[in-house]
Design a protein around this ligand. Structure first.
Ligand code: NAP
Length: 292
């Protein structure tokens, strides 16, 4: 069994990005600039956003954190989005989800300029991705595809079972794995809460991508020997023995599944760190594309 080490791979990616930024700097060109908008004080969201800003600093990007109060109106947030669309200094930006309940997320995402939509959530980018055109691929599925490529995992003609059909993970990774390409060309089954007999399906899988957010959902009796296991799940479970009072667990019963797998991502340290690295990659792409 080989551990798909997202920490190590994301570090390599960040070093590559930092080297490109250094060249831009040497050439007197503008370095990429990522902005992140956060509304409210949700603890997990603040942690995610601050790690994104920190990652920008590590690779030499400029970053701007726009912190807005919980009671920000939809109109005020849209104004901020329009301002960021117009600001030539910002190459890409994200609006951290979830937004407070009184704000219509869809309206906000639709207002983002697709050329700056480095999260890849705008329908224009999602559609372009599905059509295999130049786009921004959402960071988590993009990170999974990078792991497959960098570990040279053969996906050609393999049966991939994706569990979860969210717009940010399950659905896009099912599209990417089924596309034409060297680390794609898989035959994909997309499972969700209405799927009957998930166990029988997963047992047929050469590649399993689990993105549902239920700890220990994928157990060793569901796994074909030699399968590749990608665990996207992130769930905080209470654990008084840790300094924070909780620990992060994935969807996969790692201890029992790992011995049967050919490759497996740990949680934490698998897909999670790749997600941030791919956001940086998208921001660098936005910078390059804006130069024409
Ligand atoms: P989501 O929007 O909550 O969607 C969950 C999906 O799982 C839905 O499609 C749902 O089916 C399906 N599902 C729920 N219960 C099921 C069951 N019993 N059997 C089969 N399918 C079931 O999730 P998400 O945003 O994609 O996130 C999934 C997990 O990944 C979460 O733990 C999240 O924290 C984590 N995540 C991690 C990263 C990372 O960087 N590593 C990034 C994003 C998300 P229905 O559609 O039928 O409801």
């Amino acid at each position: 069994m080989v551990l798909l080490d997202g920490r190590k791979t994301s570090q390599e990616l960040k070093q590559e990005i930092a080297a490109e930024v250094a060249v831009l700097r040497e050439q007197g060109k503008k370095v990429p600039h990522l902005a992140a908008v956060i509304v409210g004080n949700d603890g997990a969201s603040l942690t995610y956003v601050s790690s994104k800003v920190k990652a920008c600093e590590q690779v030499g990007f400029q970053s701007t954190l726009v912190k807005l109060p919980e009671e920000t109106t939809q109109e005020a947030l849209l104004e901020k989005v329009y301002e960021l669309n117009q600001n030539h200094d910002i190459d890409g930006y994200i609006v951290q989800l979830p937004l407070p309940k009184h704000i219509d997320e869809e309206k906000v995402l639709l207002a983002i300029d697709p050329k700056k939509d480095v999260d890849g959530f705008h329908p224009a980018n999602f559609g372009r991705m599905a059509l295999e055109l130049e786009s921004f691929i959402p960071a988590t599925p993009f990170g999974i595809m990078q792991l497959l490529e960098r570990y040279d995992i053969d996906t050609q003609g393999k049966h991939a079972v994706v569990i979860g059909r969210s717009h940010i993970v399950g659905r896009p990774i099912s599209i990417l794995l089924s596309q034409k390409g060297e680390y794609a060309n898989a035959t994909v089954t997309l499972a969700h809460s209405r799927t009957k007999n998930i166990k029988a399906l997963v047992l047929q899988a050469d590649i399993v991508v689990s993105a549902l957010g239920i700890p220990n959902f994928v157990t060793s009796d569901m796994i074909k020997p030699g399968a590749v296991i990608i665990d996207v799940g992130i769930t905080r479970v209470q654990d008084a023995s840790t300094p924070k009072g909780y620990r992060i667990v994935g969807d996969v019963d790692f201890d029992n599944v790992a011995p049967k797998a050919s490759y497996i991502t740990p949680v934490p340290g698998g897909v999670g760190p790749m997600t941030i690295a791919m956001l940086l990659k998208n921001t660098l792409l936005a910078r390059k594309r804006s130069e024409g």
